[in-house]
Structures are given as structure tokens and as C-alpha cells.
Design a protein around this ligand. Structure first.
Ligand SMILES: C[S@@+](CC[C@H](N)C(=O)[O-])C[C@H]1O[C@@H](n2cnc3c(N)ncnc32)[C@H](O)[C@@H]1O
Ligand code: SF4
Length: 455
């Protein structure tokens, strides 16, 4: 058994690197005109990955870090549908929408707060603007098992959705009550059965460790129950506790949160348990079955990371539609307005609801490559890097290599002439291992109120 207490020193604020630079570096220095120009200049031979943010939810789960609009008002949702359509219309004037779409994701909030009819309408609208979905496009939706019925699943199936992701978080009742999300096992099971009935190729379930009252013992039970659902993928997220950003998190009594060493034990147990049961860790927090393409991608070192997590589909431009959504081009990130009024006002003026973003420098691109390789594949091929960027890794990153020395001394990684490779325990600290390559870290180091804790 590893001495986890010894690793608690690594418990410090750090990014989750769904982008590099992180969203903290997005600013209005990247202006609207420049953004539009970039969108117009996108290479039409590159495929598109679409993200739609459907932000509505009725009740707050106290741990929720997502961009959510809490409402029970139907007219608000209908209004949002209208604005999505208008946004698509404006988008079609700057973008070649005939490009191939290889991926589409509905995220939230809870997209299934929209009824079957409403979902159908949203999808029809999207397809009227983006008609060229490839035959094997990955089309996915995040679903709260407490809010899904057969009619909705049928609509998604008929529209070509082939992946769903269910939020579970934890099955323990005391934990569920503490986070204001009571969700009996049977409800999740019914949702799972629906997904199977409608032939979803891949079903993911989300769990979170680090929630109030969780212990290794309670989480073992949660994992055992979750396994009976036989999902194709597990996402087991480290609870990102950022109460200075998310008001509802202030309802969580911090004294009930498990400590860093217990969290590391939970994660180590999770890896062992899921591995013994036929899953493999694919990038930080994610596990997949051998038949799953994420699994195959990691075998080939071809896993990619973006705002939606891990994907096999690299090389596409990510177009985000809806409130707060983020887009990603070859050398830029852009984000839509986060408040509904500004979002609507921009669209009413006939503009895309772009608020801010960043254009990457050559140094950003170099660091982005290294950080994403580490976050996805837990290793870096140094010779490949040298060829790709025509620079010497060891010279360019002399400081970072020095910072990684303590990790190597503790067998968390192996640093050789040809590669950096994390050990199994090192994968638990992958955010820490990526951080020395982040040029913006020193700027944020003094403030504790930036990122969630790495452990
Ligand atoms: C938009 S929700 C999923 C769909 C649906 N709203 C639900 O909750 O079932 C996305 C997922 O993010 C994860 N999540 C939300 N807040 C988090 C936090 N603060 N830390 C870690 N994971 C979080 C949860 O696992 C959740 O299932
Ligand atoms: S976790 Fe899901 S259901 Fe809960 S508040 Fe967040 S988005 Fe809504």
C-alpha cells in the first residue's frame, strides 16, 4: 500500500487543462472583428465538431460547477431555442457550414429539460444549417437520469445520437442528501435500460470523488453498484470545490469533505477496481472498456483533450453555440457571453455572442502540445516533439525539467532522453506534472482563489 499521506503536499490549486492557455487567459484583447476574421479564414477542408450548451436545470446540486440557468419556466426555454436558431443563422454567414461535421455534443445544464418535441426542433434547426454530418459522426448528450423519458431517447436515437452520458455522482444516501441530489439506483438503472433499448453505442456514467461524507468504504459501494449498470465508460471526477466562483458550493460544509490522502486512496482504489473489472484508464478521470475507441486511441497514443473531455477526433475546429460555450480553432479559443442579457443583445444586433478569447502565440502552441500530450496519454515522446517543432525540448524546457526532478525522485515519472512517462501513481498527479510547462502558472501562483485543488 502506498503512503498517500506523503503525496498530500501535491494538493494545491491547479488547472484541469481542458484548454491551454486556460480560460483565465481569455480576454477582450482578442476583439470581435479579429474573431470574425479568424472564423472566416478557417480551413474548409477541416471538419467541424459542434458543441451546444443547453443550460437549464430545475434544482441546484450543491457541488455543481457547470454553467447552469435554474428555471422552471417554459417560456424561457422556448426563448432560448429562438436565440440558438438566430445564432446559427449568423454563424452561417461567417462559416462554411457545408463542411463535414464529425462530432456533436449537447452539454449543460441538463439538455433533457427540453421535451422530446423541443429537442427534435433544436436538432432539425442544427441540421438545416449543418447538413453534412458524416455517417459515423459521434453525437452525444449529457443526461440527468432523473430527467429522461422514452420519447426523448427515441428522438435522440432517430436523430443519430449514439452516445449518452449519465450523471450519477454517488449512490450513498447520506452523500446524496448533503449535495442536494437524491437519485435512487432504480432511476439510474431505468435510464440505462432506455439507452440500451435505443442502441446507444457508448454509455458513460459520471461519478465524483471528494464529496461530503464520502469515505473509501462508501465509494467502494458506489463503484460496485455503478458497475452493475455495465457502462462503456466511467468518468470519475475529482470534485472541483470553488465556492468563491459558485455560490451553491457554499452550502457544502467543508469539514465534511474527505481529506487529500483519503481522496488519493479513493482514486487509487477506483483505478484498481475498474482495471480488475475490464476497464482501462484513458486520460485523467476517465475509464473505458477495451472495445471502446477511447481505449484503442490511448493504445496508439492518439487521444486528444478538449473542452468536452477526451476524444479520438483530433484535427477538427470546435464550434460552440449557446450561452458560455467555447470554441477552438487551430490557434485560438473563443467564448460566448455568460449572462443571458448580453448573449441576447449581441444576437439582436446581428452579431455572434462572442465575449472574449485568446490567440495563441508560438510559445503557447508548443506548451499546449506538451500539456495535452501529458494530460491525454500520460507520456511525451521527446523525439517526436523535437521534430514537430524543430527545437530542442531539453533546452527549451530546462526549467520545467528541473521542476519535474522531485517527481522523478519519487517514482511518479521516468524522464529519459526520449520520453517523459508517468508511473501509475504519477497519473493521479498528472495536473501537477503538467503545471511546470504552463507559462501562466507563476502569474496565478500567489492567489489561492483561481483553480480547484489538484488532489
Ligand atoms: C452538466 S453535468 C451532467 C448532466 C446532468 N446535468 C447531470 O447532472 O446528470 C456534467 C457533469 O459534471 C460533473 N461535475 C459537475 N460539477 C462538478 C464539480 N464541481 N467537480 C467535478 N465534477 C463536476 C458531474 O459529474 C456532472 O455529471
Ligand atoms: S450537476 Fe447536472 S443536474 Fe446538477 S445542477 Fe449541475 S447541471 Fe444541473
Amino acid at each position: 500500500m502506498l503512503d498517500f499521506a506523503k503525496f498530500t503536499k501535491y494538493s494545491k490549486p491547479g488547472p484541469r487543462y481542458t484548454s491551454y492557455p486556460t480560460a483565465l487567459e481569455f480576454s477582450d484583447a482578442y476583439g470581435y472583428d479579429e474573431y470574425i476574421q479568424k472564423m472566416k479564414e478557417q480551413d474548409s477542408s477541416r471538419p467541424i465538431s459542434l458543441y451546444f450548451h443547453l443550460p437549464f436545470c430545475r434544482n441546484a446540486c450543491y457541488f455543481c460547477g457547470c454553467s447552469v440557468v435554474f428555471t422552471s419556466k417554459e417560456d424561457k426555454m422556448l426563448r432560448y431555442m429562438e436565440y440558438l436558431k438566430k445564432e446559427l443563422e449568423i454563424l452561417s454567414s461567417v462559416l462554411d457550414c457545408k463542411r463535414e461535421v464529425i462530432q456533436m455534443h449537447f452539454g449543460g445544464g441538463t439538455p433533457t429539460f427540453f421535451s422530446a418535441e423541443q429537442l427534435k426542433k433544436i436538432i432539425e434547426n442544427i441540421k438545416s444549417y449543418f447538413p453534412n454530418f458524416v455517417a459515423d459522426a459521434e453525437i452525444s448528450c449529457e443526461i440527468d437520469p432523473r430527467h429522461i423519458d422514452e420519447a426523448q431517447m427515441k428522438v435522440m436515437h432517430e436523430a443519430g445520437f449514439n452516445r449518452v452520458s449519465f450523471g450519477i455522482q454517488d449512490f450513498n444516501e447520506k452523500v446524496q442528501v448533503a449535495v442536494h441530489r437524491v437519485q435512487p439506483y432504480e432511476i439510474t438503472k431505468e435510464a440505462m435500460d432506455l439507452a440500451r433499448k435505443y442502441n446507444m453505442v457508448s454509455v458513460n456514467v459520471d461519478l465524483i470523488y471528494g464529496l461530503p461524507f464520502q469515505t473509501l468504504e462508501t465509494f467502494k459501494e458506489t463503484l460496485t453498484l455503478a458497475l452493475t449498470l455495465n457502462p462503456d465508460r466511467f468518468a470519475v471526477f475529482n470534485y472541483a470545490h470553488v465556492p468563491w466562483l459558485k455560490k451553491t458550493m457554499r452550502k457544502i460544509d467543508e469539514t465534511t469533505l474527505p481529506k487529500a490522502d483519503e481522496k488519493m486512496q479513493i482514486m487509487q482504489y477506483t483505478i484498481d477496481f475498474l482495471t480488475e473489472n475490464g476497464y482501462k484508464m484513458v486520460g485523467m478521470d476517465h475509464f473505458a472498456k477495451p472495445e471502446d475507441e477511447l481505449f484503442k486511441a490511448i493504445e496508439k497514443g492518439e487521444l486528444h483533450r478538449n473542452f468536452q473531455g477526451y476524444t479520438t477526433k483530433g484535427g477538427a475546429d470546435l464550434i460552440g453555440v449557446g450561452l458560455t460555450s467555447i470554441g477552438e480553432g487551430v490557434d485560438s479559443y473563443n467564448q460566448n457571453f455568460k449572462d443571458m442579457t448580453s448573449y441576447e443583445e449581441a444576437i439582436d444586433e446581428g452579431k455572434l455572442p462572442f465575449e472574449r478569447g485568446v490567440v495563441l502565440t508560438q510559445d503557447d502552441l508548443i506548451r499546449q502540445y506538451v500539456i495535452m500530450e501529458l494530460m491525454s496519454n500520460f507520456k511525451l515522446d521527446i523525439q517526436r516533439f523535437n521534430k514537430l517543432f524543430n527545437i530542442d525540448f531539453k533546452t527549451y524546457f530546462a526549467d520545467a525539467i528541473r521542476a519535474l526532478k522531485p517527481f522523478a525522485d519519487e517514482n511518479l515519472l521516468v524522464l529519459s532522453e526520449d520520453s517523459i512517462e508517468c508511473s501509475e501513481t504519477g497519473t493521479l498527479l498528472i495536473r501537477n506534472i503538467a503545471m511546470p510547462f504552463d507559462a501562466y502558472m507563476t502569474k496565478h501562483a500567489a492567489s489561492k482563489k483561481t483553480f480547484s485543488k489538484t488532489v
